[in-house]
Design a protein around this ligand. Structure first.
Ligand SMILES: NC(=O)c1ccc[n+]([C@@H]2O[C@H](COP(=O)([O-])OP(=O)(O)OC[C@H]3O[C@@H](n4cnc5c(N)ncnc54)[C@H](OP(=O)(O)O)[C@@H]3O)[C@@H](O)[C@H]2O)c1
Length: 286
């Protein structure tokens, strides 16, 4: 390692540790057709994992899988719309039959919609599709895979959540509610899974520059992680298996929001009022 910079040395050490965890083992990554999931799948495959890539977009999945195979890795594509919970259950059975029992599930697929209340009072389907993608489908997939992992002796379930779970904010109500639903489920089952040898990790990510965050134009200009950096956070969690990975501001803010919801409301109400007035002006002008 002589001549390597400190960062390169650290990355090489991290890569060896990851290889120790996943080499030759099956890692399922949902939402692997782009963004954080695709970057995570590449990192896992580079460390010798047999990756199972899940998403709806067949072409994008094939491109990620092709990239992995052209670097000598192993990738299996599973085209699945998580909103179809029967299909998620069937996909889990197919993975176990045709590929094998996973060592790690990275539950990463997600749908984020930024709308204030007046913008979705006539769009209940936003609530349904977010619930399907962020909660029901991921739980259905896990229910299909976890018993086999427990029977085999254990494994690791990683949930890619958001700091919005700690700090719910106006405009993100459906997104944070549905991401929180999965996190609440995970908190409740974590001890049951631990008793079966399955570790759980919740990663509450801050802003990551991806097609998801760039749907809000302002977010393109705010500081955030790259998808490659987010994938390194996931890789480190797969090695260390901590119960929670979250920035300090989210942990502290989360405690304040829970202990004093009135204070949280007080701070956010002027912001929400401004947003509603802006929407009303826009509606008047239309
Ligand atoms: N970007 C951020 O700032 C940020 C911050 C905190 C947390 N996160 C979380 O990080 C995760 C990944 O986000 P990202 O930024 O990488 O988003 P992204 O670029 O939009 O990728 C989302 C992934 O989820 C898949 N997906 C969406 N709906 C699906 C469905 N119904 N069934 C199956 N797969 C579906 C997408 O593939 P298809 O469209 O092909 O199905 C895609 O692969 C999400 O859970 C998100 O909540 C993101």
């Amino acid at each position: 390692m002589r001549g390597m910079g400190v960062t390169a040395k650290r990355r090489a050490t991290a890569q060896r540790a990851l290889r120790g965890r996943v080499e030759g083992r099956i890692v399922v990554v949902t939402g692997a057709s782009r963004g954080i999931g695709a970057a995570t799948a590449r990192v896992m495959a580079d460390a010798g994992a047999r990756v199972v890539l899940i998403a709806r977009g067949a072409e994008a999945l094939a491109a990620v899988a092709h990239g992995i195979r052209s670097h000598g890795g192993e990738a299996h594509e599973v085209v699945l719309d998580l909103r179809d919970t029967d299909a998620a259950t069937a996909a889990a059975a197919r993975i176990l039959d045709e590929i094998g029992v996973p060592e790690v599930i990275v539950s990463n697929a997600g749908l984020s919609i930024r709308r204030f209340l007046p913008e979705y009072t006539h769009r209940f389907h936003d609530v349904l599709r977010s619930t399907g993608t962020n909660f029901l489908g991921p739980v259905a997939l896990c229910l299909g895979l976890l018993p086999a992992m427990a029977a085999r002796g254990g494994g690791h379930l990683v949930s890619i959540a958001t700091v919005g779970v700690d700090l719910p904010a106006p405009g993100w109500s459906v997104y944070t509610a549905t991401k929180t639903a999965f996190e609440a489920w995970l908190r409740a089952v974590a001890p049951e899974l631990k008793a079966q040898g399955i570790s759980t990790t919740s990663i509450h990510l801050p802003l990551v520059h991806s097609s998801m965050s760039h749907a809000t134009p302002l977010y393109r200009f705010l500081p955030g992680l790259s998808t490659a950096a987010a994938a390194r956070v996931v890789a480190s969690a797969v090695v260390r298996r901590p119960r929670l990975v979250a920035p300090v501001f989210a942990r502290v803010g989360g405690v304040i929001a829970v202990v004093s919801p009135a204070l949280s409301d007080l701070l956010l109400t002027p912001f929400a009022g401004r947003a509603h007035r802006r929407l009303a002006r826009r509606a008047d002008a239309a």
